[in-house]
Design a protein around this ligand. Structure first.
Ligand code: ATP
Ligand code: MN
Ligand code: MN
Length: 308
């Protein structure tokens, strides 16, 4: 017979040294998920979240009173922030300097959850080399009414075309409607190169299959199509972190999957907190980091000429 361990009443709400206030506040009604559940989730998932979140400037999507209440993105550190949420000065385009938030460890994740953070949105670069992105991300955004099968097919299309260029990629279901196709990069190229590559690549796909894809953000251009959102690849742009919970009904989680698994998935928001916790990064074979250099750009140019 298993003995019940006595937990002192005051300790239940202490997670990684952070006391969680209003621990029983319901953040998601269905499945019922409290603020304490979220803090514990992020504590338990630190080993899986931190590899792609730690030491990147990150926006926090905060919902202090839960799914139905107000929500706001926060990218700058505020007064009265706990020490566990770090900040670094970053020069803005207009020349001024602002303090940007970054998370460094599990303590930071939990401290953010204590402040009502549900979603974590990192930049594509780490703080030691902010000018050298570490990944490309193509965020596939289907028009309303397009099913997941179309998104899935698009993701495989991108994978194939990227492979032709010598770039390995992995997919992540966003926890919303789409899939992010992610290319880990060696940190050699700067933002200009990475953004230009992303734009040219998205445009190449859209002009090759204009009935299925658009590389234009305007909603009108999306009609019945998938927007290949390449704009996540500029300095200051963010994308949802792998294993972040989403502030959407059902408390879905953004989950990296293998290509084989993606082929069998039926939706982008099918993983909840529990399913996410049963997964590991080691379920995936991540491609070796690629160099976005002259050879890749030359191959892209050749593809463009072939298609033209
Ligand atoms: P879905 O699959 O439903 O599209 P998503 O996370 O890809 O989910 P998008 O609206 O396509 O959602 O946004 C892509 C990314 O762009 C987000 O994950 C976020 O990092 C960033 N983003 C979008 N809107 C904002 C915003 N208003 N403020 C800050 N960042 C945003
Ligand atoms: Mn999207
Ligand atoms: Mn988008």
């Amino acid at each position: 017979v298993q003995m019940e361990t006595e937990i002192p009443a005051g300790d239940r709400t202490l997670v990684r040294g952070t006391p969680i206030s209003s621990p029983d506040r319901v953040i998601f009604p269905k499945p019922k998920t409290t603020k304490l559940d979220l803090a514990r989730y992020y504590d338990a998932m630190a080993d899986r979240i931190l590899p792609t979140l730690a030491d990147r400037p990150a926006s926090l999507l905060r919902l202090p009173s839960g799914l139905e209440g107000e929500r706001f993105f926060q990218k700058h550190a505020g007064k009265g922030f706990p020490k566990a949420i770090r900040s670094l000065p970053i020069e803005e385009k207009d020349g001024g300097t602002e303090q940007y938030i970054y998370i460094a460890d599990a303590e930071g994740l939990v401290a953010a959850a204590q402040m009502g953070t549900v979603e974590f949105h990192p930049w594509g670069a780490r703080r030691d080399r902010l000018d050298r992105p570490e990944r490309l991300v193509f965020d596939l955004d289907p028009d309303e009414g397009l099913g997941f099968a179309a998104v899935r097919r698009a993701a495989f299309d991108l994978r194939g075309k990227l492979e032709e260029l010598g770039l390995g990629s992995w997919p992540m279901v966003s926890g919303g409607k789409g899939v992010h196709v992610i290319v880990p990069l060696r940190r050699t190229a700067g933002w200009d190169t990475v953004k230009l590559f992303a734009q040219l690549f998205a445009t190449l796909l859209a002009s090759g299959q204009p009935d299925r894809y658009t590389a234009t953000m305007a909603k009108a251009a999306r009609k019945g199509r998938i927007f290949i959102d390449w704009l996540r690849n500029e300095r200051g742009a963010t994308a949802i972190a792998p294993f972040s919970v989403r502030a959407r009904p059902g408390a879905p989680v953004a989950v990296p999957v293998s290509w084989d698994e993606l082929a069998r998935l039926r939706r982008a928001n099918g993983f909840g907190l529990k399913a996410a916790q049963e997964r590991a990064w080691s379920d995936l074979t991540l491609p070796a980091d690629a160099t976005l250099g002259e050879p890749v750009l030359a191959r892209l140019e050749a593809l463009r000429e072939k298609q033209a």
